[in-house]
Design a binder for this molecule. Structure first.
Ligand code: SAM
Length: 356
């Protein structure tokens, strides 16, 4: 029944409005916009589903097609003094999918960002094939695979993510094609399960040891902590002619990623063909925009002050012999003899991280 939500938010114009934006609009401008003549239902829909502002429970019931109490019971809405708001969630409409996510922040436990979009664009599965989405979060990758005809399993370590992913599957009418399980990466699978298409958008931001970084972003010191575990488990789960895709951020010396040697060994030992495609190279030295972005992330994610973060980040760059970061995708297949190839697209000079 939950897919009635989709029809209700479409009727009031929310899907038309929200799909006009490719990046998150400025909240102040959006508040000004809904003060114009857009009509009360669309204004309330933007408050409830986009700005995480409260609306009356009558409005919430109307905007959800009568599902307000179900969504409150499911933990997505909170009710206070006759007012309803979401738990800092946004209702997005991307690639034909309507789904709840958190705000685009590596700190919020329900993540959706540019990397998610980059992976969505590269999803491909054929009718009836078995798909696996590790680190599923909102379930958006799994939902796309299910809509394309796959029979899909999604795994995430965070129980709230699994709860929301199941609801998102219902909103999109694909519950029968996708099963969400709570689990730590490969531990979420049953013995002997094999998949034709495996994807993972793992936590990938390089993080400082001992940081308070939440699960969505923490990729460990080299950014690949979960990715190494992903690659290690692939031979046991990928069907003979199956394919896998993942993406991440890795340290580089400005010419080559520092992870290449280890990745070559993994390819060799695990009999995998790994194709690494770099979409962007960013200067990570002090004074660069990316260095400042990392510093701000670390300041928000650790108990350190600015001087301590500056020192720790300097040590991290030295430890990893890094002057740059690269954004990359890995496409992986099984092979009788493993290999690693590298395609560096960064000379095409995109402003985006995952697309050119
Ligand atoms: C960057 S988000 C990706 C979410 C979603 N797949 C997407 O593309 O938008 C990473 C997700 O990995 C999950 N995660 C982190 N560590 C995990 C682990 N060891 N096993 C399974 N999931 C994990 C987090 O809870 C989070 O939902």
């Amino acid at each position: 029944m939950l897919h009635t939500l989709r029809a209700a938010v479409d009727r009031c114009g929310y899907l038309d409005l929200i799909s006009a934006f490719t990046t998150d609009p400025d909240p102040g401008k959006m508040r000004d916009f809904i003060d114009t003549e857009v009509g009360p239902d669309l204004a309330d829909a933007v408050r409830l589903f986009h700005l995480a502002d409260p609306v009356s429970s009558e409005a919430a019931d109307r905007l959800t097609g009568g599902l307000c109490s179900q969504l409150t019971q499911a933990g997505l809405f909170q009710l206070n003094d006759g007012q309803v708001r979401t738990k800092n969630l946004k209702l997005r409409f991307v690639d034909g999918l309507v789904f709840f996510t958190g705000a685009p922040s590596a700190r919020f436990p329900l993540y959706f960002g540019d990397d998610s979009l980059g992976l969505l664009r590269r999803q491909r599965i054929r009718q009836g094939e078995r798909g696996l989405d590790l680190c599923t979060g909102t379930g958006v990758q799994a939902l796309k695979l299910a809509l394309a005809g796959g029979v899909v399993t999604g795994v995430d370590i965070n129980p709230f993510a699994i709860q929301v992913a199941r609801l998102n599957a219902e909103f999109n009418g694909v519950s029968a094609k996708v099963e969400f399980r709570r689990g730590d990466l490969w531990a979420g699978l049953k013995d002997g399960e094999r998949f034709d298409w495996i994807c993972a958008n793992p936590p990938m931001v390089p993080a400082l040891p001992g940081g308070l970084y939440p699960l969505v972003g923490d990729g460990g010191d080299d950014g690949l902590e979960i990715t190494w575990r992903f690659l290690a488990g692939l031979p046991g789960a990928l069907a003979e002619n199956g394919q896998a895709i993942t993406l991440g951020v890795a340290w580089s010396d400005g010419v080559l990623p520092q992870c290449l040697d280890r990745m070559r060994i993994v390819a060799d030992e695990q009999d995998l063909n790994i194709r690494m495609t770099i979409t962007r190279t960013l200067d990570a030295r002090p004074g660069s925009g990316w260095y400042e972005a990392l510093k701000q992330t670390y300041l928000g994610a650790t108990a350190m002050d600015e001087a301590q973060v500056t020192q720790a980040l300097g040590e991290q760059l030295d430890r990893n012999q890094a002057t740059h970061s690269v954004m990359y995708f890995l496409n992986v297949t099984r092979a009788s003899r493993g290999s690693l190839t590298l395609a560096d697209l960064s000379p095409f000079r995109s402003q985006r991280l995952w697309d050119i």
